[in-house]
Design a protein. Structure first.
Length: 265
């Protein structure tokens, strides 16, 4: 069972009540908003088209700051008391101080970084065209290792003591062991794997094709699915999946909708 929520309009952030699947407010943001991070204190939106980040107060649903960043910001993470945002156009990750709402550091990473995640005490950046993941020590603000992966590294998630990353251009997901940095590859997970979600010890994989959903059990390597979410062909957008209110939520880029799905059994 699923429902669809229309989120169209000018550049904005839509807030959805998961209980009713209704948009409760729409907040203007910058040009070409791409990714969102919700923390306890704020909601952060990367505006790729104008190289800024919008900070929103969730108590008032109002933008309280617009922060200049490096070029073409995209994915976010929270770590070491800071907000981290990758900048695809600068081959860098920026560190934002949430107290001052300013960028306080920029760290060079690989070519065309897309996403960043905090895991195992470090900050990890997927470099889409560089077939690599940059591992950063947030306390020192330095890249401490560069791990080779398949082409098209995108979204990352932690399951079973492993950092998982999707490789959308090579139709695999990969598991990076944080202690050895050894990389294990899993295929037969469908075409164009993109969004990843860790839930109850399992890895959910959202495909740019369709979109579709599959489920990988890291312990056994068994893949279940696919579950067909849409029939939009290959989407020219990041196909993310999140969990809220005992349901999965996925955006449909071509129709400006968000789909709510009961979690498949």
């Amino acid at each position: 069972m699923s429902s669809e929520v229309d989120s169209g309009g000018d550049p904005s952030l839509s807030r959805i009540d998961p209980a009713t699947a209704a948009v409760t407010t729409t907040i203007p943001v910058g040009k070409v908003p791409l990714e969102v991070l919700a923390t306890d204190e704020a909601v952060w939106v990367s505006n790729s088209g104008e190289s800024t980040v919008t900070r929103i107060d969730p108590a008032t649903d109002e933008a309280v700051a617009t922060i200049d960043t490096c070029k073409a910001p995209e994915g976010f993470a929270q770590a070491d008391g800071a907000i981290w945002v990758v900048c695809e156009g600068s081959n860098a990750v920026a560190r934002i101080d949430p107290e001052s709402n300013r960028v306080v550091d920029q760290i060079r990473v690989g070519e065309e970084p897309r996403f960043v995640t905090a895991a195992f005490g470090d900050v990890w950046v997927s470099n889409y065209f560089d077939t690599s993941v940059s591992r950063i020590d947030p306390a020192r603000g330095k890249v401490i290792s560069t791990i080779e992966i398949e082409l098209g590294g995108q979204v990352m998630a932690v399951v079973g003591g492993c950092l998982w990353i999707s490789a959308v251009d090579t139709n695999v997901v990969q598991c990076i062991d944080p202690s050895t940095e050894r990389v294990e590859t899993f295929d037969e997970i469908g075409d164009y794997p993109d969004g990843l979600l860790a839930l109850d010890g399992l890895l959910w994989i959202a495909s740019d094709l369709g979109p579709e959903l599959r489920r990988l059990d890291p312990a056994s390597g068994e893949v279940t699915g696919p579950w067909i979410v849409g029939e939009q062909g290959v989407l020219n957008a990041n196909k993310l999946v999140v969990e809220e209110g005992d349901a999965l939520w996925m955006p449909l880029f071509d129709s400006a909708e968000v789909v709510q799905l009961a979690i498949p059994g």
